[in-house]
Design a binder for this molecule. Structure first.
Ligand SMILES: [Zn+2]
Length: 579
């Protein structure tokens, strides 16, 4: 069976944007929500348990139809961002869904407000909905009254919302001018060391010029986070508010960050190897992501698909079978076309439909790895398809498990089969570069965020925060990397720490988890597979710590996280030998 690149088919959702079925979808959803609103007077603490389950199922049906409509329009948009009809529908669906959400809000507020005994009566019979209902109630001690919540929402639009829009508007119009020998050059992290240095210097020259304003925006966002989450909602510390959303215990996050910190020397070792390959006495921060590639091996699409499916087949035939569903049902759009959104994703819309995968496949080794990655997401979704619409999507810290694991399965197979040493070296370098960017870099961002939130509470200035950031980098790189002063402004260029405080540790969590799982796989072979499948098949139907503990993993233990670093250490040792 050979596969060709073609646009995906969305007919499993709707026949066309201008079809009667699509319009009927809007009408049905409107009618369903109107029916749902009529349930409001029934919501009392003595509501019959069976009636309660009917209410939850109605809420799920509304959610599913909303996902189908939104999924259809957003997938169409990803395939053609320039089409005006799609753009119009995109704005329409966003507005429509926001209104419907407000009209249904009464249910979750009632549910969170119930006392423990009443809630338990419903949860005991809730089956697969149980964790969804339980997780909503985690926020009970941190939820304000309905009018207060409304004021917070309203003020957020013109408060933190507006500040983040302002940050985006400012930083998106920055122009970076790179001139070499009087000629304007493209900004790049590419092969020329002088250009690399100049590109970073120009980047932070522009950010530093606005640092007083960007830093002030950051301080204000941090104060708002503290006022709301510590002052009004009584969270114990700034990270706790994020941890509860991820449903990860505070101690687990602290342990993860401590173990990362202890392993900083491991990546320093890697940077020394990289310096040797690039023939530099010491790696400069400018050279961190410099390509070492000697090989420019290209892969045809059908060959790439075959390699990825073979790798999954060798791991477990069910994985290959599920991945094939994406191809066979025409749910993959892999071509590069004008107007198509760049990058790659996998979108699971509702549990009963095969997820859709978007790639921009151009035949590079990276593109093959990305194919394995996105198909891993799809496999994860399909393994969990038995759950409800509320419980099948894995929560953030587990969301990258099957994707990253799938990439490792592929790379291992390629390493075993590849005869060309240069290609093998490139594969390994790429893997460790990625691991650095997702683990250590993000962990140190999270450590910086904790420090910065504390400093702002103690009225630190923007310059003082920047000095603390530079110290954070010095600890991370030790003497392995030469750090120039302009990197003190890097933090004002990271949108995540502005828009979603403490989001970044989830990246380190996910990647280290996969390394640890992979180590178990290497040690246990076949015996590991059923436990791994169980983790994936759980989807988002249980707390992440519970899903993992049933597979024998304790995310509060240092040893578990260290296991992830041990896998990395082995990779780095291989590189030391190849270099
Ligand atoms: Zn992913």
């Amino acid at each position: 069976m050979s596969y060709r690149q073609s646009p995906w088919s969305l007919t499993d959702l709707f026949p066309a944007l201008d079809s009667p079925e699509f319009e009927a979808g809007f009408k049905s959803l409107e009618a369903q929500v109107a029916e749902f609103e009529k349930l409001r007077p029934e919501l009392k603490s003595d509501l019959d348990v069976e009636r309660f389950m009917e209410v939850v199922q109605l809420a799920e049906q509304n959610t599913k139809l909303a996902y189908r409509l939104y999924g259809y329009v957003s997938l169409a948009f990803a395939a053609d961002t320039q089409d005006q009809a799609i753009q119009t529908q995109m704005a329409r669906i966003q507005q429509f869904l926001a209104e419907l959400e407000n009209r249904s809000l009464f249910f979750s507020l009632w549910w969170k407000g119930l006392d423990e005994t009443a809630a338990r009566r419903y949860m005991d019979i809730a089956g697969d909905y149980r964790y969804y209902l339980e997780a909503l109630r985690h926020f009970k001690p941190h939820t304000l009254s309905e009018p207060e919540e409304k004021v917070v929402n309203l003020k957020n639009v013109t408060g933190v919302g507006a500040l983040n829009t302002l940050y985006d508007a400012m930083t998106n119009r920055y122009e970076f001018k790179l001139k070499v020998d009087g000629k304007v050059k493209k900004m790049t992290r590419g092969a020329d060391p002088e250009l690399r240095a100049k590109a970073y210097q120009e980047l932070y020259r522009v950010y530093a010029a606005d640092a007083p304003i960007l830093g002030h925006i950051y301080q204000t966002l941090v104060r708002d986070w503290r006022n709301e989450n510590l002052g009004l909602r009584h969270f114990a510390n700034p990270v706790a508010a994020r941890n509860l959303g991820n449903d990860i215990p505070d101690e687990a996050v602290q342990t993860l960050l401590e173990v990362c910190r202890r392993n900083a020397p491991l990546f320093q070792r890697y940077f020394r190897i990289k310096a040797r390959i690039l023939k530099l006495p010491r790696l400069r921060r400018y050279d961190l992501y410099a390509p070492v590639a000697k090989s420019e091996k290209a892969y045809a699409f059908d060959r790439a698909a075959e390699m990825v499916l073979d790798a999954y087949q060798a791991f477990h035939p069910d994985f290959a079978k599920l991945a094939r569903r994406v191809f066979d049902e025409d749910h993959m759009d892999s071509e590069v076309r004008p107007g198509k959104q760049s990058g790659a994703f996998c979108a699971g819309i509702v549990p009963e439909l095969t997820p859709w995968v978007k790639l921009n496949f151009q035949g590079k080794a990276d593109d093959v790895a990305t194919m394995a990655h996105e198909l891993g997401h799809a496999i994860h979704g399909m393994l969990a398809e038995g759950h409800t619409a509320f419980t099948y999507q894995a929560c953030l810290p587990l969301a990258e498990t099957a994707s990253t694991f799938g990439e490792m399965v592929l790379v291992d197979r390629l390493l075993a089969e590849e005869k060309d040493e240069a290609v093998r070296r490139d594969l390994l370098f790429r893997q460790v570069d990625d691991a650095y960017a997702t683990i250590m870099r993000q962990a140190y961002f999270a450590l910086f965020e904790q420090q910065a939130h504390q400093m702002v509470a103690e009225n630190a200035s923007v310059d003082e925060i920047a000095a603390a950031y530079l110290e954070n980098l010095k600890e991370q790189f030790g003497d392995a990397v030469e750090l120039s002063d302009e990197f003190r402004w890097e933090w004002v260029s990271i949108p995540h720490i502005f828009a979603v405080p403490f989001y970044v540790y989830a990246y380190a969590f996910g990647q280290l988890l996969v390394f640890s799982l992979y180590q178990q796989y290497q040690r246990q072979g076949e015996a590991f597979k059923p436990r791994y499948i169980k983790i994936l098949a759980a989807g988002g139907a249980q707390a992440p710590a519970k899903i993992l503990s049933e597979a024998g993993i304790d995310i509060r233990s240092q040893a578990f996280w260290q296991g992830g670093f041990d896998v990395l250490a082995a990779l780095i040792e291989r590189l030391e030998k190849l270099a």
